[in-house]
Design a protein around this ligand. Structure first.
Ligand SMILES: [Fe+2]
Length: 258
């Protein structure tokens, strides 16, 4: 009788603990619950202007097209950072793709010219960079032009071989249109939303060129799952699915022997 009461008492305590964990974490609990969590870079729409014809020059300097002596218009902006997995490990040999509007708000897509605007033919519009051993990437480009209905933004995708692992966007802190932007404000998780808004400062005192850093954090991919990472935490966060009580129990206390 005593034993039975004792076991009921423990079960209730566990349930209470699980419930309070769910409340305090907003329904997100990971098996790395005691480790410092990195904010996964959220997915954003690809939008309608991923180039339908890729340029011949696809390097990471979008200001200078090979064979063109004239640089593009716009405010020069350098963007760089690291590509990391959810555990903070650098991901090398991944291709970062970047595409964006030119100074006039136009894309290199065949329907990418905004009404009444002309495309800057000296702007590359799209570039790639393969991450190095430290997961680092870098682009020399311009502050994207503004076009109707959006805030200023870069489009970014991460690929490994032919597989696209992430499609996202990056915005600039302090741009007034950020407050009304549908894509940005569609990201309900505040930490994730803030993770794609970065400050860009003058490269040096008095410089007109801007520089900003941005680390991209990838959640688990099918390949990572295959390498033994338990399914659940990163995909659950990415898919915004709250784990079931059983999954949380398994994460905290190990799988039930029954
Ligand atoms: Fe766009």
């Amino acid at each position: 009788m005593k034993t039975s009461k004792h076991s009921i008492h423990i079960r209730l305590d566990r349930r209470r603990l699980l419930r309070s964990l769910l409340l305090t974490t907003g329904g997100i609990v990971t098996s790395d619950i005691y480790a410092e969590a990195l904010t996964l870079t959220p997915r954003c729409t690809e939008g309608p202007y991923y180039p339908d014809h890729l340029p011949l020059d696809q390097d990471n300097d979008l200001i200078q097209i090979k064979g063109d002596t004239h640089p593009s218009g716009g405010t020069v902006a350098e963007l760089g950072g690291r590509l990391l997995n959810a555990d903070g490990k650098p991901l090398k040999n991944h291709v970062i793709e970047l595409w964006q509007a030119d100074v006039n708000g136009c894309y290199i897509h065949s329907r990418g010219e905004q009404r009444g605007k002309k495309r800057d033919e000296h702007f590359q519009g799209y570039g790639t960079f393969t991450t190095n051993e430290k997961g680092e990437y870098r682009f020399r480009t311009i502050k994207p032009g503004l076009y109707t209905g959006r805030t200023i933004h870069w489009h970014v995708a991460v690929k490994q071989g032919d597989k696209r692992l992430l499609t996202t966007q990056l915005c600039i802190a302090g741009v007034p249109q950020n407050d009304q932007d549908m894509v940005l404000n569609g990201i309900r998780d505040e930490a994730q939303r803030l993770s794609i808004i970065r400050e860009f400062k003058p490269k040096s005192q008095g410089s007109k060129e801007l520089i900003g850093t941005w680390d991209i954090v990838l959640g688990a991919t099918p390949d990572e799952r295959g390498m033994g990472r338990p399914p659940g935490p990163p995909p659950a966060m990415r898919d915004r699915r709250a784990p079931t009580e059983q999954e949380i129990k398994d994460a905290l206390f190990g799988p039930s022997p029954f």
